[in-house]
Design a protein around this ligand. Structure first.
Ligand code: ATP
Ligand code: MG
Length: 759
């Protein structure tokens, strides 16, 4: 008798089931958004484990983000009813790469304790290389050269492989040499950059067939999500692992959607998915056509939009779901109004019982986020920012991390250099130069050089003493690494180094925020075994994890939203100057436009029930106000599935641009509906209130900071004030720009004075 099918297979449609159960040989699942590709991968792993075909450590599973890896791990656990902590090879290409590289570091000339540089460190290093080569940094900015190198690494090109003509095209014809010198500096520092995590592994595999053969035996099953966005290096890496010398058919399952290829600008090659069958002969190709995520209107809107692209395979998508709500398109006067209106809508949804976790705001460019963040802070609406290493990229966080790194990894020159004179302690350029010279001559790291030099007359007495003290501190902290819990150690370092104090003394407007961020940093170390584990995590974080359980609105870029889904999705900023992004059009022409359109498709298809497109008529781009016109993508939405909100006068002649009057969207009486009137009024008020200070902060930042030194609040105890979220109240205490207010309804709250006005 046939055994009853396992519970985890129930509910899959026949194609999905085939994709899960075809375990032998290569399988490609090529299917549109929301058809269950990721679910298939997850179930497939569960099936492999439950049927005993392999144990957890024999499965290689690649996700696009760390977050996706966490979720997959969790879901597999749920499916098979036991925890799968022991799946060491489930992660992003980078996370898996670093793991492999650490195990065999010596084979590629590294020590297993190597450091992973972030973009900033990379640029600093590049600067040094440029200097050493005597190249004019003004003509060849380090950042730009670092990007070139990244580009080559994405394409799997080591210095010797870069086409000569291409390398000659920059750095005064010395591009190839610079790249080589940069790689050498990395080795001396026992460091790698992100690109190396793959490139060095590829080299490792190529030069050590025995090691590769080990992994061939180890990885019985390989799975890759979001295959359409793999770049050449990732592809080469994967192919090395999948193709054995004996030519066995690999148990490799890749899933993807050519319409969602959105990382071309970072070297992703959608061709990888198209040539899968050629690379892996006998591959089974499975198509999934039923979308389980979105309602009819949303799916039809997305399908109509993406049909404007020429370079696509084309595929059928249907849903058995109801039509649902139409996709809405709304206009606002400016980006501030947009943030206000969306904030209001979110509060309304929340009142109707929608969880904030089910709401997302997807932006084209990360600068759009700040206005939402500000607005949500004002409203007291909890939110999280997903996808960017935003938090960890803040200057104070990077400084703090540099202290930790220099403590744990004393050869980390870049870290040491970053903070040697932060706070200012008189270790200026001259001193650092002496350290550098000594380090280079003797082939030792800076901190070691410092230890030697403080015992000599090389340095002037004052910096010598300062440096000696600093070295003593680092030695003391290093000695505590094992003894103290790492969170305590972190606080201790920030205290004793004077770093916290530096911000406490700082009178500038953002100092308080920076101190909060430092606290947050220490909080974020919770849950890691030790400092090294935490630092390793940081260097890999692509998405900021959240853990405190509170429901939150998610804010992220469209790029970061890949693979995710939400009940309600807001898509602000659908304007020509922003989306499609002008830069992608300039650089890549039609291909660029199509990639932008795929991004719009990704955005729309994140929504389960509600997709809400917004555009503003005025937006500040690069600090300047510009009047804008609705995106061509707005025009490409199908009228039958879209509802134009607020603009009642749009008429019924289709959703053409003309209806949004591209030249002058809000001029004339045709927009004189209450919504638009309100927008105009808000605009007038908003402009007066915001234009001044905004412009100031752009042009004379230094002065603005100086002016807010020792802020005196315009409010005093007893003043009657109004707060948008908490209503009316009386000021009970004034502390700089912070007020304690006894609100009539909400009770006592601490608020920032710029968020209240006189009642
Ligand atoms: P994307 O292209 O956006 O990454 P995807 O193809 O990976 O999408 P999934 O995220 O796996 O799609 O699935 C989309 C949604 O549909 C999820 O909520 C998933 O749980 C649900 N789903 C998938 N297959 C089924 C099914 N057979 N029955 C019920 N729900 C399903
Ligand atoms: Mg998916």
């Amino acid at each position: 008798a046939l055994a009853a099918p396992a519970a985890y297979l129930a509910g899959l449609n026949p194609e999905q089931r085939a994709a899960v159960e075809t375990l032998d040989g290569p399988v490609l699942v090529l299917a549109g958004a929301g058809t269950g590709k990721t679910r298939v991968l997850t179930t497939r792993i569960a099936h492999i484990l439950a049927s005993g075909r392999a144990s957890p450590h024999q499965i290689l599973a690649v996700t696009f983000t760390n977050k996706a890896a966490r979720e997959m791990r969790q879901r597999i656990g749920t499916l098979i009813g036991e925890s799968v902590e022991g799946m060491p090879w489930l992660g992003t290409f980078h996370a898996i790469g670093v793991k492999i590289l650490r195990r065999h570091a010596e084979l590629v000339g590294l020590k297993s304790s190597f450091t992973i540089l972030d973009t900033d460190d990379q640029v600093r290093l590049m600067k040094q290389v440029i200097e050493a080569e005597g190249i004019d940094e003004k003509r060849w900015p380090a950042r730009q050269l670092a990007q070139w190198i990244d580009g080559w690494k994405n394409r799997g090109l080591t210095p010797d492989l870069v086409p000569a003509g291409e390398a000659a095209g920059f750095g005064n014809g010395r591009g190839g040499k610079l790249y080589g010198a940069y790689q050498e500096r990395l080795k001396t520092l026992n460091a790698v950059d992100f690109g190396d995590l793959l490139l060095e592994t590829i080299r490792l595999f190529r030069q050590n067939p025995g090691v590769l053969a080990d992994y061939h035996r180890r990885f019985r099953f390989m799975l890759v999500d979001e295959y359409q966005d793999t770049n050449t290096a990732q592809y080469l890496w994967l192919r090395l692992l999948a193709q054995t010398p004996a030519g066995e058919r690999p148990n490799l399952c890749c899933v993807g959607d050519d319409d969602q290829s959105i990382y071309g600008w970072r070297g992703a090659e959608v061709d990888n998915i198209l040539r899968f069958e050629k690379d892996f002969p006998g591959a089974v190709v499975i198509r999934l056509e039923r979308n389980y995520r979105s309602t009819g209107h949303i799916l039809a809107t997305a399908a109509h939009l993406i049909a404007h692209n020429e370079g696509r395979l084309g595929k059928t998508l249907f849903t058995d779901d109801e039509e649902g709500e139409r996709v809405t398109v709304s206009g606002s006067w400016d980006s501030g109004e947009e943030a206000r209106a969306i904030g209001d809508e979110i509060e309304a949804l929340q009142r109707k019982g929608q969880s904030l976790d089910e709401i997302a705001i997807l932006v084209r460019a990360s600068f759009q986020m700040r206005e939402f963040e500000d607005r949500f802070v004002t409203l007291g609406l909890p939110y999280r920012v997903i996808g960017g290493p935003r938090f960890y990229e803040r200057a104070e966080i990077r400084d703090a991390l540099a202290y930790f790194r220099a403590t744990v990894q004393t050869a980390d020159d870049l870290a040491f250099e970053r903070i040697a004179n932060v706070p200012k302690r008189g270790l200026g350029e001259a001193t650092m130069q002496i350290l550098h010279d000594y380090g280079r001559r003797n082939g030792v790291p800076l901190m070691q050089a410092a230890r030697v030099l403080v015992e000599t007359e090389e340095l002037k007495p004052k910096p010598r003493q300062t440096l000696r003290d600093l070295m003593t501190s680092f030695a003391r902290w290093a000695a505590q690494v094992e003894a103290l819990p790492h969170q305590e150690l972190a606080e201790l370092i920030l205290e004793e180094s004077g770093y916290t104090e530096m911000w406490q003394k700082d009178r500038s407007a953002e100092a308080a925020g920076r101190l909060e961020n430092l606290k947050e940093l220490v909080r974020s170390m919770e849950g890691f075994e030790n400092m090294a584990g935490f630092l390793e995590h940081i260097s890999l974080v692509m998405d900021t994890a959240e853990g405190d359980g509170e429901e939150k609105v998610s804010i992220m870029t469209l790029h970061a939203a890949k693979g995710l889904e939400f009940e309600t999705v807001f898509l602000p900023g659908w304007e020509e100057a922003l989306f499609p992004h002008p830069r992608s059009l300039d650089e890549n022409g039609r291909a660029g436009l199509e990639e932008e359109r795929r991004l719009a498709y990704v955005g729309l298809t994140r929504a389960r029930r509600r997709a809400k497109v917004w555009f503003a008529s005025n937006r500040r781009i690069h600090g300047l106000w510009q009047s804008t016109i609705p995106s061509r993508f707005v025009d490409e939405l199908p009228e039958a599935h879209v509802e134009v909100v607020q603009a009642a006068s749009y008429g019924s002649s289709g959703l053409g641009m003309s209806r949004f009057d591209r030249a002058q969207p809000f001029a004339g009486s045709s927009y004189a509906t209450p919504g638009w009137q309100r927008a105009q009024a808000n605009m007038a008020a908003g402009f007066k209130a915001t234009a001044g200070p905004r412009r100031e902060s752009m042009t004379i930042e230094g002065e603005l900071v100086a002016k807010s030194t020792g802020t005196v609040s315009p409010f005093k105890v007893g003043d009657r004030v109004f707060h948008l979220k908490f209503g009316n109240g009386d000021v009970a205490e004034v502390d700089g720009n912070k007020l304690s207010v006894d609100f009539d309804k909400a009770g006592r709250k601490r608020v920032v004075d710029s968020f209240v006005e006189r009642a």
